[in-house]
Design a binder for this molecule. Structure first.
Ligand SMILES: Cc1cc2nc3c(=O)[nH]c(=O)nc-3n(C[C@H](O)[C@H](O)[C@H](O)COP(=O)(O)OP(=O)(O)OC[C@H]3O[C@@H](n4cnc5c(N)ncnc54)[C@H](O)[C@@H]3O)c2cc1C
Length: 378
């Protein structure tokens, strides 16, 4: 792994950093209050290439690679975790279509996501009764002549109320993972309905919705990849997605640490700055060390992915470590803020709430440990 960034990676990171500093950090509290990310923000992300960082230029992507994507994600999440998860899912959806799609599917959806025409992408795998165990999903896709009829319901779908396209998994034959296939579902498909909006603890500017699919009729060419090959596609997409979520957690922890350090320098007790107390210094030292370790794990997984090597174990390691340490760092930095950290007057309480879900979505910490242990013991 090369620890030096190349020119493209530096440029993508700096672009994301400048955007986060100017448009996200100053506005993230407002986005949360208004419970939405303004469309202009998503349009600007698209125009900067940040909704398609690792997508070929042939489809209007930035073609900057997985490392640049992880670096950009860290910067955007430092500014606004809700914007970051929208970006993460859209990049993941674009990548999965770019990898498994036909030319026509790529032309329509990958280009549409990269240019911002489709606003965002949604990843519809989870169901109310099928979270860690997507192999038990109940949504079905039945072939009727040259059409597919999709029936069922999905749960927890990020950006479902404004995404232009859904990558959606449904059962095309018997039980188990072999009976699952992947479909591309445009948002205006008849019978596709966004139902409940989740009232969440954090990431409140990102929408998370339930979906119902009531005899959604799709053309034959809505199938992505091979019939029955859906589970493999989902697992491959999640491997890459875990790098994104690890990077997101690093970004939120970076914001928390920056704010904790600034507060510690500023706040005086017992006649001196609280940064002079060893207890505070140790919290800062441990946090900085763990944050750097987390970033390195994320970048290692990203560089393996970029090199075309196996990276599933490393992505799981990066995700579990980065998300758990990020939670700890945010909590410590709230402690540094004392009572003020427990109020809405400081951003740290939002970081604590926003970062918590990173240990749950795209595979819980327990599932990451299962993936790692399985690979180590193999
Ligand atoms: C804000 C948010 C956004 C999301 N966005 C999306 C999205 O865009 N698309 C999508 O498809 N899904 C999305 N999800 C769903 C998310 O991926 C699931 O919540 C997650 O996979 C866990 O599933 P579950 O909630 O059903 O928990 P469960 O699977 O019921 O797990 C409950 C607990 O049991 C543990 N557990 C389960 N199985 C095992 C096991 N084998 N070994 C040890 N422990 C186990 C879990 O680790 C967890 O602690 C989102 C969720 C949230 C909260």
């Amino acid at each position: 792994m090369d620890l030096e960034l190349d020119d493209t990676q530096r440029m993508v990171r700096d672009t994301a950093r400048a955007f986060a500093d100017k448009h996200l950090s100053p506005n993230a509290a407002r986005f949360e209050r208004e419970e939405k990310i303004p469309r202009e923000v998503l349009a600007e992300l698209a125009s900067l290439g940040l909704l398609a960082v690792n997508i070929p230029a042939e489809y209007d992507g930035a073609e900057a690679g997985a490392v640049a994507y992880a670096l950009a994600m860290m910067e955007i999440a430092r500014g606004c975790a809700s914007t970051a998860v929208t970006m993460a899912v859209t990049n993941m959806v674009g990548e999965v279509i770019a990898k498994f799609g036909t030319d026509a599917q790529k032309e329509r959806y990958v280009r549409g996501l990269a240019t911002g025409q489709l606003v965002a992408g949604s990843f519809a795998l989870s169901e109310a009764e099928a979270g860690s165990d997507p192999g038990s999903m109940r949504t079905t896709a039945e072939k009727k002549g040259d059409r597919w009829l999709i029936r069922g319901a999905k749960q927890w779908i990020t950006s479902a109320d404004f995404a232009g396209v859904f990558v959606l998994w449904a059962r095309t034959s018997g039980p188990g993972t072999a009976g699952i296939s992947t479909f591309l579902v445009p948002a205006d498909t008849q019978g596709l309905r966004v139902s409940k909006h989740e009232d969440k603890m954090g990431l409140r500017a990102s929408s998370t919705c339930a979906l119902t699919l009531d005899d959604c009729e799709l053309p034959e060419d809505a199938l992505l990849g091979e019939l029955g090959g859906g589970f493999k596609i989902a697992m491959m997409a999640l491997d890459g997605g875990r790098i994104g979520i690890g990077a997101q957690a690093c970004g939120v922890a970076t914001a928390a640490l920056d704010e904790g350090v600034a507060y510690a320098r500023d706040r005086k007790q017992f006649g001196k700055s609280i940064a002079d107390f060893q207890a505070i210094q140790w919290m800062i030292a441990d946090s900085r060390t763990e944050l750097d370790a987390a970033k390195l794990l994320v970048l290692r997984a990203a560089s393996l992915k970029q090199a075309g090597a196996l990276f599933s174990r490393e992505a799981a390691m990066a995700k579990v470590y980065a998300t758990e340490k990020a939670g700890l760092i945010c909590d410590r930095m709230l402690q540094v803020h004392g009572g003020y950290g427990y109020t809405r007057d400081f951003a740290i309480e939002r970081h604590v709430r926003d970062v918590r879900v990173s240990r749950i979505y795209e595979g819980t910490s327990e599932i990451q440990r299962t993936v790692i242990a399985r690979a180590v013991l193999r």
